[in-house]
Design a protein. Structure first.
Length: 135
């Protein structure tokens, strides 16, 4: 019998398209989760009369967990290179969030703030992707 050659690691275009769709879908799901959690948190702040100093840390936790969940979803779709798909999902999430906040917030902030957000997105998404591949 002839031995079959092992296929190269190059992705076929249809697999690449599936990965892109999974990343976009996961990023949108993560944005929706973030918005729902923000709405719930806003109600809790109003009802419980919490101090404003708690807002920034809770917002960061919500965003980080949402990005990690999005990375996990993206990686779970193909079970390969989860850290990369998760990291890309995190960047896409940050870009979507930036566009949404620019539309509704009115002010556009660049520089170190967007850099730190992208860094957070890559790290949280990559961790979520690693978890998604292994779950």
């Amino acid at each position: 019998m002839k031995k079959m050659r092992k296929a190269h690691n190059k992705q076929r275009p249809e697999h690449l398209g599936n990965d892109i769709i999974a990343i976009l879908k996961s990023s949108i799901i993560a944005i929706i989760i973030t918005l729902v959690c923000f709405a719930i948190f806003a109600i809790i702040i109003k009802v419980a009369d919490l101090q404003e100093t708690i807002i920034a840390p809770v917002v960061q936790v919500i965003r980080t967990l949402s990005i990690a969940f999005g990375g996990m979803l993206a990686a779970k779709s193909s079970k390969k290179v989860g850290w990369l798909k998760g990291g890309i999902t995190g960047v896409v999430y940050v870009l979507f969030a930036f566009m949404i906040s620019s539309l509704f917030g009115g002010s556009i902030l660049m520089g170190s703030i967007i850099f730190s957000d992208i860094l957070l997105g890559v790290i949280a998404g990559a961790v979520g992707g690693i978890i998604g591949v292994n779950v």
